[in-house]
Design a protein around this ligand. Sequence first.
Ligand code: PMP
Length: 397
Amino acid sequence: MSAKQEAFSAESFVVAPVRDLPKSGIREFFDLVAGRTDVISLGVGEPDFTTPWNIRESAIYSLEAGHTAYTSNAGTPALRKAICQYLHSDYQLDYDPMSECLVTIGVSEALDLAMRALINPGDEVIYTSPSFVSYPAEVLMARGVPVPLPTKDVDNFSVNPDDLRKLITPRSKVLLLNFPCNPTGAVANEDVLREIASIACEHNLIVISDEIYSELVYDGWKHVSIASLPGMKERTIFLHGFSKAFAMTGFRIGYVCAPKAITDAMYKIHQYSIMCASITAQEAALEALKTARKDMIAMRDSYWERRNIIVRGLRDAGLDCVMPQGAFYAFPSIKSTGMTSREFAEKLLKEESVAVVPGSAFGPGGEGYVRACYATAEDQIIEALKRIKRFVAKYSK
Ligand code: PMP
């Protein structure tokens, strides 16, 4: 036998960046919950609402009408026009639907396309940390170097522009932002965004702005997109989708708006690897933009009530918790218990049957915190808070 036959190892065929990638810390943790019916889950980051009926009905109608073929690669013109109108009216952003807008399979695909379109091996991508688990993984898969920009509770988990400046090197190419933020619920005010924008211009960075939670902001907060600031439209890749605000996670539908040269580049990757998003999902998304605004507002108001309950309850349990202004996550500090975030989450699950996600799953900046998703029934949140209070009292030092 030749050495080659003897040494066969399937794993050796897998490229290093993928082989070395850890599996998502969230999924790993949720394997522990799988199959248990007694657990109150504040874990998975998705709306507890079913997609509003008019959106589901439009998907059913689309199938009934026999709309089962491919669409144009970039998405149906009707949906792209509706997206650009929505961004014009609600975000003060002007994109051309035919050349600057691409419909994708969720923000997940849009993020992947952006990385593949922009990153040369060794290029550095600065991203706020703690962050959505996919960010560093996407950068690594594109052979880039993820550079975490720590955000802190003393700054309400917003960006400290001085911290950002310190991380910039000649290899810095992309700045990846996510406001409102998963997992912290943080938002960035316009002054901070202006400073970030001026740093991006000064150092010639391109900004990827993941605004998937931008409708879900509270207490009258007005979301501002960094792309709407002077000089920023040409250097921003705006990512958004329907998963969160319209409770459409399972439809897998999102979009990217960006300058034509970048949209063209992302379009080529999308065209060859994906072809197009599902027509059923695209028609449902069009319906969402046309008629589901009131449903979105009702869902947002309900998250707002639950946010108030959970933050009050966590504080009452003795945990410091920044008031999250957006998304549907609370990110309390568990440092007073002396446990690591993983120990805390595992023990809480074992002893009180409540699932939260260890902050460490969201990167090194998340250690010392846990993420509690409040897109869960109110009575379940109240019961979970009782158990957390009991648990914290037992372990607090
Ligand atoms: N960005 C952030 C910050 C998220 O939290 C998520 C989903 N958890 C996504 C992107 C991906 O969303 P989707 O692919 O469903 O649009």
